[in-house]
Structures are given as structure tokens and as C-alpha cells.
Design a protein. Structure first.
Length: 188
């Protein structure tokens, strides 16, 4: 559903939809808070959309079931909170893209697996989680994306959205792993 909405929102281009969907500081200040949820659906370029959707779909398809109880809440909070952080805290004039959601889903998957795996599998997951944390930390410290891409004039990547999304994902992933652990303990 989010992927389809993002493709439809991106098709006419971000400038065409600015009046309707894009989350920008002026419109949020004017009380149009719904834009915090619709803004991330608009992408600056088709490459931007494909990159976000690829990451989202990989983790989303594989982990929708394990995260089932909190999956919709995870998506909703990962849509809205990174958007608000980038505009309110970082002072960006507008926010485009689902990178907050993609980082949330990937972090949730890693946090869930870290709680569910044992032995060598857990070590591999821990190494991947450490790489993810290093990437997000690098972006926060430098203010630059670890994997930059051209988004068009005046549009830049938002490392804070990645960090906020990852933090949300870790919380939901840990909660899902704890639920799984309790179910396993109750069955034995």
C-alpha cells in the first residue's frame, strides 16, 4: 500500500504535488499536520523512489509477519516522526522520501533477528547491526549521507531521518523479539 501510494505521489514530480502532499515547514506551521504522513510518499527522482522502495520491500515483506502486532504502528511512526524531526529539529524547508521508513524496517529486522538468533547466526546479525549503526552514526556526525545520490537542485538527503527511522525500528524489533521469546518460553 505505501509502495503504491509513493509511486503515484512521485509520478507527477515533487513540484507538481507540493501544494497537496509535500511536507514543508510553512505548511506544517500553518497546521497542515497531515503532510507529515504524505510528504514522505513524494520522491525527488525515480531513482530515489526505487532505492527507498527496494530497501522497504526487502525488509517489509520478510518481517511483516514477525512484526505483525506492531507493523502498522511501525510504518505510521516511521512515516511521520522522521519527517517532523527533519523539518522541526534539522530546520530543512521540506522533506521527501521514505528513507526514514526503510531505515526503520531494516533496523527492526536486525533487532528482531539479534533477539531471535543464537550462535554464529547471532554474530552475523550483530556485525550487520554494527555496520548499520556505524553508517547512521557517520551520517549524523558528518551531516552527509554515507551513500549520496543526486536528488535535484536544492534537495539533499536527510541523515536525521535515517537515525530517527533506525531508532524507531530498533524499538519495534526488540519488542517483537521479546514477544517471540515469551511465546517460546510459554510453549516449553
Amino acid at each position: 500500500m505505501v509502495a503504491t501510494a509513493a509511486a503515484q505521489a512521485t509520478a507527477p514530480g515533487p513540484r507538481a504535488l507540493a501544494g497537496w502532499l509535500v511536507a514543508d515547514a510553512a505548511r506544517l506551521d500553518a497546521g497542515q499536520w497531515w503532510r507529515a504522513a504524505t510528504g514522505p510518499l513524494v520522491h525527488a527522482t525515480w531513482g530515489h523512489l526505487v532505492r527507498d522502495l527496494a530497501l522497504m520491500l526487502i525488509a517489509g515483506v520478510a518481517y511483516e509477519q514477525p512484526l505483525r502486532r506492531g507493523f502498522v504502528a511501525l510504518l505510521a511512526s516511521a512515516l511521520v516522526l522522521p519527517t517532523l524531526a527533519v523539518i522541526v529539529v534539522d530546520g530543512a524547508p521540506a522533506y521527501y522520501g521514505l528513507s526514514g521508513v526503510s531505515h526503520a524496517l531494516l533496523a527492526a529486522a536486525l533487532a528482531y533477528e539479534l533477539g531471535a538468533r543464537r550462535g554464529r547466526g547471532r554474530a552475523y546479525v550483530a556485525a550487520l547491526a554494527a555496520l548499520g549503526a556505524i553508517k547512521v552514526g557517520y551520517e549524523l556526525i558528518t551531516g552527509a549521507p554515507a551513500f549520496p545520490m543526486a536528488l535535484g537542485h536544492g534537495i539533499r538527503q536527510a541523515p536525521l531521518a535515517h537515525a530517527v527511522g533506525a531508532a524507531i525500528g530498533v524499538g519495534f524489533g526488540v519488542a517483537a523479539a521479546l514477544r517471540r521469546s515469551r511465546r517460546s518460553s510459554a510453549c516449553t
